[in-house]
Design a protein around this ligand. Structure first.
Ligand code: SF4
Length: 553
């Protein structure tokens, strides 16, 4: 296949249908099926929602979960990550599998987007010539038109923009969840952490105006959501573009005050710019959840300096003290990198010291490995793998102990759990349902025996029985995804809590929510038992396509 590389300004508008899609589903015969596979972080998960939204706006429909698992779709999009160590291995592993599928499915198209696409560009088609489209982080909107052009020209299309063309939030969005949604407040990052490729691939920070963000959250709430997570590479620097240093705290208060919203979260802040006005806004806004993800990266001041992260360990621990003084029950999580170039045993001991003192609920721990294109990749004193591995294991063991201790302290507490969908992989076997406590801890909870029959595994998408919880008339104590259940924690493990209080007649209270109603309506639509289908619209697996940015205020 030939490769045609075009400049963004040469393309026609990819999202010409945006203005007419609104909150409707496409009513013409489907153009084909699609799957979007996401590798990477929450940013990518949310970008995948935009990719799915654009494909649906262009007339594609989601493949069923079973088809998706077999990659049997007319369009398969891989949204790549360049941050994780094995990102390229995973991409080319995925592409190798897809080559075999494509050889049996004439007309199938494969598109690669996201950070690795932004970085490797036409190199992806050189290495995997069966790829049809490569698009970057700045031009998500180009996906449908590039697919069309690749088909028309019978040539791979590689289109990478050097700066943001369209703010992703303005694109159509196929939300994965009806009860909780991601909302980008900014894209890009102005920091220069030496291990990180993100600024290179996502560009300088661009902030959305508060009115646009509030309008998007309101639209999500109107569609049924009761939880939002505000997203940015560095959320607390929000406002830098329009010169308001207090903008993030104000935004938290404003979002938290929106009627109908019950839970507000955000990720990720940066310790260097984390100011007390944000802590005050968290503590004083009841809907902002007592949870904070605060990336440490290293406990050694010397290593932090080499990482070009401008806080020091005492400042970091000071932030945690102030957060806990204001919100004693806050669950604080972190990221830590082990084995940064030049890290000595003394430096690593500092990391262990800070991790011990910080009492994180959990930590994402990473072994450093050089990423081409980052400053740290060229530093001397890259550490041998065996050294990094051994330190990593010590760090993980320490954090596992702390996580177990912190979770054990939750036993006996009463928690309100937002029931989720797809988070409890063993729910069918354990006869529990799963969700998140206010502090974002994962909770597996038991229902009373007379309710258990309602939580048989859902099997709607492939023609199985509808989930019984989607029925219009339910017993009062059956909780659906999106509903809130109050239970008592009875058991703890390092990575989850168990709340079996209902088994012995203890605490179990269900609070039905609009989000649960929205989930049930979506499930009924999936199984064809919904008014909307009288109009001939194709069943929508995840609710309507929402415009990312309703009218700005
Ligand atoms: S703050 Fe540092 S680690 Fe985070 S995205 Fe920006 S450069 Fe990367």
């Amino acid at each position: 296949m030939r490769v045609s590389t075009t400049l963004p300004e040469h393309r026609t508008a990819a999202v010409g249908t945006v203005g007419t899609v609104g909150a409707t589903t496409h009513t013409e015969a489907p153009r084909g099926t699609y799957v979007v596979r996401t590798l990477g972080c929450q940013m990518n998960v949310h970008d995948s929602e935009h990719m799915a939204g654009m494909l649906e706006a262009a007339g594609y429909v989601a493949a069923s979960p079973a088809e998706a698992a077999r990659s049997e779709a007319d369009v398969v999009v891989i949204n790549t990550c360049a941050v994780r160590e094995n990102a390229a291995t995973r991409l080319y592993g995925n592409l190798g599998q897809l080559a075999a599928v494509k050889s049996t499915r004439p007309g199938m198209q494969i598109a690669v987007g996201g950070c690795l696409a932004q970085k490797d560009r036409a190199g992806i088609v050189d290495r995997a010539p069966w790829v049809d489209v490569v698009f970057g982080t700045h031009n998500l909107d180009a996906l449908p038109v590039l697919l069309e052009r690749a088909r028309h020209n019978a040539a791979a299309q590689v289109e990478i923009a050097e700066s943001l063309q369209v703010f992703p939030s303005t694109l159509p969005t196929r939300r994965e969840s009806v009860y909780a949604g991601w909302v980008s407040i900014s894209v890009g990052c102005n920091n220069t952490c030496t291990f990180c490729i993100v600024p290179h691939l996502r560009g300088k920070e661009r902030d959305r105006r508060p009115g646009e963000i509030l309008a998007e959250v309101e639209a999500l709430v109107a569609a049924g959501a009761i939880e939002v997570t505000l997203l940015g590479q560095n959320v607390n620097s929000y406002g830098v573009e329009f010169g308001d240093r207090g903008a993030f705290a104000k935004l938290l208060r404003a979002v938290g005050a929106l009627p109908g919203l019950e839970r507000v979260r955000f990720t990720s802040p940066h310790p260097a710019a984390f100011t007390d006005d944000v802590i005050d806004a968290m503590a004083q806004t009841p809907t902002v959840m007592p949870q904070l993800h605060m990336p440490l990266q290293s406990g050694s001041d010397r290593v932090l300096r080499a990482m070009r992260r401008s806080y020091r360990s005492d400042r970091f621990l000071g932030i945690l003290d102030r957060v806990r003084a204001a919100m004693p029950d806050a669950a604080i999580t972190t990221d830590v990198i082990v084995g940064f170039p030049g890290e000595t045993e003394e430096d690593f001991a500092e990391t262990l010291r800070v991790v011990e003192a910080a009492r994180f609920t959990s930590a994402f721990t990473f072994q450093y490995s050089p990423r081409p294109g980052t400053a740290a990749a060229d530093l001397p004193d890259q550490l041998p793998k065996a050294v990094v591995q051994e330190r990593y294991e010590r760090l993980v063991a320490l954090q596992e102990r702390i996580s177990a201790e912190e979770n054990a302290a939750q036993v006996g507490r009463t928690v309100e759990v937002l029931v989720s969908e797809g988070e409890g992989r063993k729910d069918g076997a354990t006869r529990r349902v799963t969700g998140r406590a206010a502090d974002n801890r994962l909770v597996h909870l038991a229902e009373p025996a007379h309710v258990v029959r309602w939580h048989a595994p859902a099997a709607t998408a492939d023609g199985g029985l509808p989930d019984p919880r989607s029925a219009r008339d339910l017993p009062d104590d059956v909780a659906r995804p999106g509903d809130l259940v109050t239970v008592e924690v009875t058991h703890a493990a390092p990575h989850h809590l168990v709340a079996d209080s209902a088994v012995h007649g203890g605490t179990y209270r269900v609070r039905r929510t609009r989000a649960g109603d929205a989930w049930a309506a979506r499930e009924r639509a999936r199984s064809g038992d919904e008014e909307g289908h009288a109009h001939g619209a194709a069943p929508s697996p995840s609710g309507p396509v929402l415009l990312g940015m309703p009218s700005a205020r």
